[in-house]
Ligand binder design. Structure first.
Ligand code: FAD
Ligand code: NAP
Length: 535
């Protein structure tokens, strides 16, 4: 029986998937649409840096080069690090660049197993992944041959697919404008783009695009803050950048509120004791309830620090939700250095609006007293995020699998261990669910997956997997509120990693001594010597 593995994407997740399955003796094919590796890091705006400290955004077995001293390296340094990782572990020969996967299709090869809904175990077998697969995946690709630009179509067959297509690219989230004739098409005297298009421009192209223009930026998360900052620096008070947001957020100045690290407040075992956990027993549940005032106080402590650093009250920017919700949704962007100085001097104008549309000259705000007076503008940059779930969905040929991925309108993308859909056989997804350091999160999952593919453990029944998914969903809804669909595990990453460790037969307690185990933050270095099946 063949054991062919296809990996789609050569960003951080695809590189990790490749490295760990190669280590287990597989010979994967990695399909990458772009001419190079690195995913989102290949097209960022000029000022992009890591937001996660590099000590957390690090491969467990491959340190940052000593030449990188910054805690938050810039995008070029990140790219250099990823390229050197791929070279060091000999991953390049496995990657087919310029090769887009058009779709993937699961074809049943064993007669009598078409009724997949009757399967009680993942893939229709209790024997593990390879012993008795009921079908195989067909991967249809288009390759652009660089020399003459010709497109070649090809179909590959593999027994296992690892989807590493990323979440923050490809399918932009573009707001729905009502009525429809008030959308960007109505803005005949100006231009509307998404932050994705702006990030794709090179430094001089982006500078030229905004120079001397009246720019409006929509959103109040990292892309919006960074792009508004760039535009304001380019244009100053003569052509201020208007930042249009619908919800204020606890965006942070740094990772050390009043000198205490966020990691020691939120990323150790003690901090996880303050939270209700998926599938917790009575004792843990009582503890989380008992500690709820402390949980509240820590959140208030961080909020008070942010308020002391930024003029939130002056600009009516105090969020209605807690910092706890912010970090539980993996959305704590760092505010660019001079952002509020630019607001104070008038180079950035903040405008709250829940609903707006366009006319030929600019933007019309539905909630303004005079809703007919437009904000005259030349360029609108929508920094409204991405539809990562649709990107995943689109890759499946089967409408049934497409609907499985999307889940229902009020569920998360239902993945067991945040990697496997209980009813999509012989396939795993890495990089959808988020953590504090997405590199570390993907690395843990790739280790787990590779060990599973090597026969290291078996998955529970479909029913048990679904139960577990619902427990995590309950947790996400409880703490991330409306952002539960981001599938963020950040403030429960130790509890989550514990489960991966137990599946792999490893000791989840990675520290020396009770104090360290309880109070020291957990990060990639704690799992550096993790050997599945051994320690
Ligand atoms: C500007 C920016 C900064 C960020 N900063 C941080 C940070 O500081 N800390 C942090 O933890 N996270 C950060 N993130 C999140 C980031 O997405 C992850 O850290 C990580 O880089 C994601 O890697 P990935 O491989 O999962 O996805 P991606 O980097 O998106 O890679 C996916 C790859 O799949 C390829 N692909 C997609 N579809 C197909 C197809 N159909 N056929 C073939 N190939 C395909 C793409 O071309 C791409 O190369 C940032 C994201 C952005 C956008
Ligand atoms: N390291 C870096 O420097 C860097 C740089 C850029 C991006 N990133 C990462 O990339 C990811 C994507 O970031 P992002 O900022 O592009 O997207 P994002 O985090 O998804 O934020 C989207 C923003 O758009 C707003 N929005 C969405 N739909 C809207 C609508 N219909 N009308 C008005 N506003 C709407 C959201 O408002 P609500 O909050 O009200 O929902 C939010 O403020 C994040 O993980 C981020 O950390 C990192």
């Amino acid at each position: 029986m063949e054991r062919r593995v296809g990996i789609i994407g050569a960003g951080v997740s695809g590189l990790l998937a490749c490295k760990y399955v190669v280590e287990k003796g597989f010979q994967p094919i990695v399909f990458e649409a772009q001419p190079g590796l690195g995913g989102v890091w290949t097209h960022t705006i000029e000022t992009t840096k890591l937001q996660t400290p590099r000590q957390a955004y690090v491969f467990s077995d491959y340190p940052w080069p000593s030449s990188v001293k910054e805690d938050f390296p810039n995008h070029k340094q990140v790219m250099g690090y990823l390229e050197s990782y791929a070279n060091h572990f000999g991953l390049l020969p496995y990657i087919k660049f310029n090769t887009s996967v058009v779709d993937i299709d699961y074809v049943i090869t064993q007669q009598g197993h078409q009724d997949m809904l009757s399967w009680t175990h993942w893939g229709g077998t209790t024997d593990g992944c390879w012993s008795n697969p009921k079908g195989k995946w067909q991967i249809t690709t288009t390759t652009i041959t660089t020399t003459i630009g010709v497109q070649e179509h090809q179909v590959y067959e593999v027994e296992f697919v690892i989807l590493c297509v990323g979440k923050f690219s490809g399918v932009p989230n573009v707001p729905h404008f009502l009525p429809p004739n008030k959308g960007p098409d109505a803005f005949s005297n100006g231009k509307v783009i998404h932050s994705m298009d702006y990030s794709a421009m090179d430094k001089s192209g982006a500078a030229e695009f905004v120079k001397g223009k009246r720019v409006a930026v929509v959103g109040y998360q990292k892309s919006a803050l960074d792009i508004a900052n760039e535009c304001a620096i380019a244009n100053g008070v003569d052509n201020p950048c208007t930042l249009i947001y619908r919800r204020a957020h606890w965006n942070i100045p740094d990772h050390h509120p009043y000198g205490v690290s966020l990691a020691s407040l939120y990323l150790n075992r003690f901090s996880e004791l303050l939270l209700h956990k998926p599938g917790e027993g009575l004792l843990l549940s009582l503890l989380a309830t008992f500690f709820s005032p402390l949980r509240w106080a820590i959140s208030k402590f961080v909020e008070s620090y942010i308020k002391s650093k930024f003029p939130l009250k002056k600009y009516n920017l105090i969020p209605e939700h807690s910092f706890l919700q912010e970090i539980a949704s993996c959305s704590i962007p760092t505010v660019p250095d001079r952002f509020y100085d630019l607001v104070e001097e008038g180079s950035i104008i903040l405008k709250k609006s829940n609903e707006f549309g366009f006319n030929k000259d600019g933007l019309v705000f539905k909630d303004d007293d005079d809703a007919t007076a437009p904000l005259e503008i030349d360029v609108v940059i929508l920094c409204t995020g991405y539809k990562g779930d649709e990107k995943l969905k689109n890759i499946f040929k089967s409408p049934k699998f497409q609907s499985y991925i999307m889940g229902s309108s009020n569920s998360t993308v239902p993945l067991y261990r945040e990697c496997i859909h209980s009813r999509i056989p012989q396939l795993a997804i890495i990089g959808y669910s988020e953590g504090v350091s997405n590199l570390h999160t993907s690395e843990m999952r790739c280790r787990w997956l590779a060990h599973f593919l090597a026969g290291g453990f078996k998955l529970p029944s479909i029913k048990e997997m679904e139960k577990n998914v619902l427990q995590w969903e309950k947790y996400m809804k409880r703490y991330a509120g409306p952002y539960y669909r981001k599938s963020c595990i950040a403030i429960l990453h130790i509890w989550y990693n514990d489960q991966l460790c137990k599946d792999m037969g490893c000791n989840p307690r990675r520290k020396k001594g009770l104090y360290a185990e309880l109070f020291e933050p957990y990060g990639p270095k704690d799992y550096a010597n993790l050997t599945p099946g051994k320690n």
